[in-house]
Design a protein around this ligand. Structure first.
Ligand code: GDP
Ligand code: MG
Length: 598
């Protein structure tokens, strides 16, 4: 195909506004996927994604389309993940496109992710085509939402397409707009090869399969290529396009989107955002914008059963082949035994990894509460990055502690502004801006410590606004604060996995609430179990779990056999998620107690 008849585009939307449904519809209408092979939401092919209705990983699809002008076009759809945790991946997939469909639910309007993604798209100079989806809904207000898009984003909506992805309305109009409005790639076939990696995954037979867009030059099967950020070299065994299943080809040219396999061992060797070029005729400069995805949130992962430690290590190794952003190191905890300290892009990333470990690898894990990375300067002037609260140097060795801050942007109906401001104040937020957008819709901007956002901020925001508010955040740097380490002692022993770093002004309240919560969560034992919270050697809160009354057990020994069996079964089930800390059995929920204090 000549470059003039290629169109590369993506779909940007807030979660649930209909991106996957529209993508499916485009594949179907262009005959790329026949109706009978159509599973709902073809592009979201991880189970987890389908269950949660989110798009985690980007994928691509090539469609052949005969336009109204009678010409054959190749339309490459590059799917983008919708969540903040993956905004770097969004940015890389946008860099591979010339245009974007901006899908907004006509019954909802602009949301935080619409906004964040649209700004990214504008930064990449993409042609943006507004699409108002779900016009079949009785509550759809396309005119109101159009003016919202115009006012908030400053995008002309006079040509906005009214669509229903569900009912197939407006699909041809969308395809024609892509052909006419999205510019073709520039013709740089004569230049040295440069291709942008926007996704990759691990395949146990072929090694890493890389998805890329050829920006300049030509790439052929058999070529030796060099990955410019990692310096790795390899030979292309297989090359092709995604239509949407992999179809092999001999070569791809500037402007085209495809996949390759080259016996690359781990996704870390061919990272998203990296550029590859030819070993023989290399480009001098990589494509701009490459950064390594940095983990922002850390937690400890421990097998409930110590025998599962080797299995956990093997599972993490495997996941890591497929997820360059996943970070882990062995960790030994005096309370928990052997496990791993893992780093994630954000909370959703953390949940996804935990869930995959348990589901796909059959592991029973205890996870500790998420922590951010603190920057500590010692009195000797050394700078340490602390991702595990129990490793915080004692106060006499510290000069200062800094913590990461984020700028949080929330979009909410006006009536919830008060409750959201209260939430942000409780979380040590600094108010920066409020804007009344259109009738009844407001953006609220705060700067907050990331540590306060990773602990259930999102859930709180949703429940306080009955699900109507949406949010995005962006890291803005480190700030110094008076932070202290809060230790939790169970039965007299400090439990390192429960240690946390909190602001001094909040330490007493958090300590007290933690002790109370743990008392609630830890089951009774044959003996009394004292629980204490302490800063240094100073105990600031204490509670006691009373001993189990003997007659509870006595009754069941004397009672009928089936009831006894039931009780034992129940205990066994409960035990699955228990970790013995010294002589005390502590359930999984206790390690997450800090997330449920308010
Ligand atoms: P995504 O999160 O943006 O990928 O959204 P999905 O495509 O998964 O759609 C979210 C929900 O909206 C699903 O239940 C869809 O069936 C529904 N949906 C998508 N498009 C339409 C539409 O045009 N009309 C209606 N009524 N529902 C739609
Ligand atoms: Mg989706």
């Amino acid at each position: 195909v000549p470059v003039s008849r290629i169109r590369n585009f993506c779909i940007i939307a807030h979660i649930d506004h209909g991106k996957s449904t529209l993508a499916d519809r485009l594949l179907q209408t262009t005959g790329t996927v026949q109706a009978r092979e159509m599973k709902e939401q073809f592009l979201d092919n991880m189970d987890l994604e389908r269950e949660r209705g989110i798009t985690i990983k980007l994928q691509a699809a090539r469609m052949n389309y005969t336009a109204a002008d009678g010409e054959q076009y190749v339309l490459n759809l590059i799917d983008t993940p919708g969540h903040v945790d993956f905004s770097y991946e969004v940015s890389r997939s946008l860099a591979a496109c010339e245009g974007a469909l901006l899908v907004v639910d006509a019954s909802q309007g602009v949301e935080a992710q619409t906004l964040a993604n649209v700004y990214l798209a504008l930064n990449h100079n993409l042609e943006i085509i507004p699409v108002l989806n779900k016009i079949d809904l009785p509550g759809a207000e396309p005119e109101r939402v159009k003016s919202e898009i115009e006012e908030i984003i400053g995008l002309d909506c006079s040509g906005a397409i009214l669509a229903s992805a569900k009912e197939g309305v407006g699909i041809n109009e969308i395809l024609e707009s892509i052909v006419h409005l999205v510019p073709p790639p520039s013709d740089t076939v004569a230049q040295p090869l440069r291709a942008l990696i926007f996704d990759s995954y691990y395949d146990s037979y072929r090694g890493v399969v890389v998805y890329f867009r050829v920006m300049d030059g030509t790439v052929k099967k058999g070529d030796r290529i060099r990955l410019m950020a990692t310096g790795k070299e390899c030979q292309i065994d297989e090359l092709g396009v995604l239509s949407p299943t992999q179809v092999q080809l001999e070569e791809l040219h500037a402007g085209e989107v495809g996949y390759l396999a080259a016996a690359i061992k781990a996704v870390g060797d061919a990272r998203v955002g990296d550029t590859f070029t030819l070993v023989n005729a290399p480009a001098t400069e990589a494509l701009p914008g490459y950064t390594e995805a940095k983990p922002m949130v850390f937690c400890g992962l421990f097998p409930t059963d110590a025998d599962q430690y080797p299995d956990l290590r093997e599972a993490l190794e495997k996941l890591r082949l497929n997820d360059a952003a996943l970070n882990y190191e062995p960790e030994t905890s005096s309370a928990m035994g052997f496990g791993f300290r893992c780093g994630f892009l954000g909370l959703l990333h953390m949940e996804i990894v935990q869930e995959r470990l348990e589901r796909e690898y059959n592991l029973d894990l205890i996870t500790t509460a998420p922590s951010v990375v603190y920057r500590v300067t010692t009195i000797k002037g050394e700078v340490l990055y602390i991702d595990n609260p129990s490793h915080l140097p004692d106060p006499q060795y510290r000069d200062k502690i800094e913590e990461p801050y984020v700028k949080v942007e929330m979009i909410t109906p006006e009536e919830y502004v008060g409750t959201l401001m209260e939430l942000c104040q409780n979380r040590r937020g600094i108010f920066t801006d409020i804007k009344y957008l259109t009738q009844g819709r407001t953006t609220l901007t705060y700067e907050l410590p990331l540590a306060e956002v990773v602990t259930d901020f999102f859930d709180q925001m949703k429940s306080r606004t009955r699900g109507y508010a949406s949010m995005e955040y962006q890291v803005i740097g480190y700030r110094e604060n008076t932070l202290v380490k809060l230790d939790i002692m169970i039965n007299g022993d400090p439990v390192d996995a429960l240690a946390m770093i909190v602001h001094r002004d909040k330490a007493y309240n958090v300590g007290r609430a933690m002790a109370e919560k743990l008392k609630e969560l830890i089951p009774r034992h044959q003996f009394k179990v004292p629980i204490q919270a302490a800063i240094g050697s100073k105990v600031i809160a204490s509670e006691q779990i009373p001993a189990l009354r003997k007659d509870v057990l006595a009754k069941c020994y004397g009672g009928d056999i089936s009831r006894k069996k039931k009780l034992l079964q129940k205990q066994a089930k409960g035990k699955k998620r228990m970790k013995s800390v010294g002589t005390v059995d502590v359930p999984q929920e206790a390690f997450m107690a800090v997330l449920r204090l308010d």
